[in-house]
Write a protein that binds this ligand. Sequence first.
Ligand code: GAR
Length: 203
Amino acid sequence: MANLARIAVLVSGGGTNLQALIGAQRKNLLSSGRIELVISSNPGAYALERAKKAGIPGYAVSKKELGSQEAFEAEIMRLLKEYDIELIVLAGFMSILSKSFTASFPRRIINVHPSLIPSFCGQGFYGLRVHEAALAKGVKVTGATVHFVNEIPDGGEIIMQKAVSVREDDTPATLQKRVMRLAEWRILPAAVEKVSAEIISRK
Ligand code: GAR
């Protein structure tokens, strides 16, 4: 597997976006990169089960157990080095990474966010909260964004976006599911393939 970008996926929960990436890899839609490592900030995350089923090495790195953000990031960094990772994908990773961490990987960390950035993003906007805010505002269109990660939460360069219509009878949960199915699970694998192709073309 000499000329494939080596990918780590960082997760915290259910891992449906990780599953979409595993599915894309199986269908050869992710042909420029390969998922070599999964790291979960939550030892109980179902995402770790998905990694195991797919035969991908998975590790839990708990900030609570390690005691500080510095120790948490140092352990993640150690694993990334051990696996020689070139591209880090945040797929439902619910921890904000420090400036020194993000600065170590310029244009090498990407994130999926469940809204059309710059709406409903930044500190405090994650998971279901994003959809609650979109419904409270009464927007008729929302969606998902994949972007590069820099020191500003949800502030890095946008790679891909996809819009999804809001329905009159949507709840945060129904909207979340539809945004995942119609937007996140499609644009995340496409964006990972695009960035992986760019990485290997520069090797
Ligand atoms: C996804 O909707 C993802 O976009 C969101 O959390 C969910 C994780 O689901 N991420 C954020 O809100 C980050 N700001 P998953 O674990 O099933 O992929």
